[in-house]
Design a protein around this ligand. Sequence first.
Ligand code: SAM
Length: 233
Amino acid sequence: MTNEWDFIAKQAPEIQATKNEVLNPIVLELVKKYSKGKTLFDYGCGWGEFADLACREGFNVIAFDDAHEMVAQARDKYKTPAFLLRSEFEEQQKDLLGRFDVVTSNLVLCILGTEEQGKLLATAKSLLTDDGVLVLSLCHPKYDYLPDSLVSTRFIPEGVSYNDQFRYEKVIKENGIRFGDYHRPLEYYKELFGGNELEIIETKDSLVLGSNYSPDFIVFALKDFTSDGNNNK
Ligand SMILES: C[S@@+](CC[C@H](N)C(=O)[O-])C[C@H]1O[C@@H](n2cnc3c(N)ncnc32)[C@H](O)[C@@H]1O
């Protein structure tokens, strides 16, 4: 099956340097702070840059993306992380349950509809060890309805405000790729995490590199609150 990200992968094979520069150091900081070990699963890995960075930081990384073309490009570029197609992930999923100290998922939850979000969170949790941590980033709910940012130009429907939920289009300034994202208020995500038995242990904004822009992204460190960290769920 192909999704719009197969098309996007072909459109813009180059790395999005600004997005990586503002986001990856913060994700890595939270990964290192909360991880109890060195196994990491990257869910929705895109072009594979974060998976590669995590490998270079000494993590054993398995990464998965729904778009075949993204996985193909990631494999061409980076040799060390194991990149999985959806069919491969589904085949191996049983063996991967409970194996990862960290699951990361960058900028995936905010492109998904509500039902898909629940599936992502449930799958991510199932991959974690009992004291594992989920580090998850989103387009920043407090600022993603503004028309301009360091990373992108946004096309926001008329008449909407922060408290609304709506879909908008954005163009990445660096490479011209255009895609849709959802705005939901921060309270929506707090409820979503709580409803999926995830406790927020820390949040951090992405970097703005000395500019006057508001941060493009927010990063959450989350723990399964039904797990006591002693292999008892
Ligand atoms: C905005 S990109 C982010 C890619 C990468 N994580 C990054 O930060 O550069 C969103 C990615 O999520 C992938 N994706 C969309 N739906 C997915 C799903 N249900 N499961 C896994 N990946 C998905 C897309 O193929 C795309 O590569």
